[in-house]
Unconditional design. Structure first.
Length: 227
């Protein structure tokens, strides 16, 4: 267990094995986790599960059944191991891209923390969102109405580098009713600092500076309901 990271969300503790080759819980993950509510007895889809953190949390918060999907076989293996470490047994793991592994299934809640780093050049798959950062984000939103029951919810973040207002508009365009649950700002890491010139060319991208003069992206968590 000395290789595990420990996270606490409310009264729930989760252990996640370190793995630099998959997406580990981040500020966006933890902001989503704080807003994972009212899921007792729900069927949940975790798109792009990565380490399995959000799927494991959903189980511990009372979800009836969780399907965790990731395009990376390594991520699925790691998520299965983390489920065992946390003594969670009601997660079904599937390898595949976005909604392909659940083509004919519907859920009460879809959770997705998509990669949203915009870059002209490819980055690690778990962080690269395509040239405008929206490739996975838009696919997750577009497919959600077909995989939600009536009054089902999509819980998804958007960062200011890909357009928060554009995300809100797209959620409405596909027939969902969005509202903002949470908000935070976070300083650029090394990768974003290296590509600031490119980010400045993107029409939708915006960022702010903190009191230390550091550029920071903004993040909001949307809950979008299928009415």
């Amino acid at each position: 267990m000395n290789k595990c990271l420990k996270f606490t969300v409310g009264s729930v503790e989760i252990k996640i094995k370190r793995d630099s080759k998959i997406y580990m819980p981040s500020v966006a993950t933890l902001t989503l986790a704080k807003n994972l509510r009212n899921i007792d007895g729900a069927r949940v889809l975790d798109l792009g599960t990565g380490s399995g953190f959000l799927a494991i949390l959903a189980s511990k918060l009372g979800a009836k059944h969780i399907v965790a999907v990731d395009i990376s076989p390594r991520a699925i293996r790691a998520a299965k191991e983390n489920a065992i470490i946390n003594e969670v047994k009601n997660i079904e793991f599937k390898i595949g891209d976005i909604y392909h592994p659940v083509e004919n299934d519907v859920f009460d809640l879809i959770i997705c923390n998509p990669p949203m780093t915009p870059s002209r050049d490819p980055l690690p798959r778990f962080t690269w969102g395509g040239v405008d950062g929206r490739r996975v984000l838009d696919e997750a939103i577009k497919g959600a109405p077909n995989h939600l029951r009536k009054n089902g919810r999509l819980l998804i973040p958007a960062v200011s580098l890909v357009g928060i207002g554009k995300t809100n508009a797209f959620l409405r365009k596909v027939g969902l009713k969005p509202r903002v649950l949470d908000y935070c700002i976070y300083p650029f890491g090394k990768t974003l600092l290296k590509i600031m010139g490119y980010i400045n060319q993107l029409a939708e991208a915006e960022y702010v500076y903190d009191l230390f003069g550091r550029p920071c992206w903004r993040l909001v968590v949307f809950e979008a309901i299928k009415t």
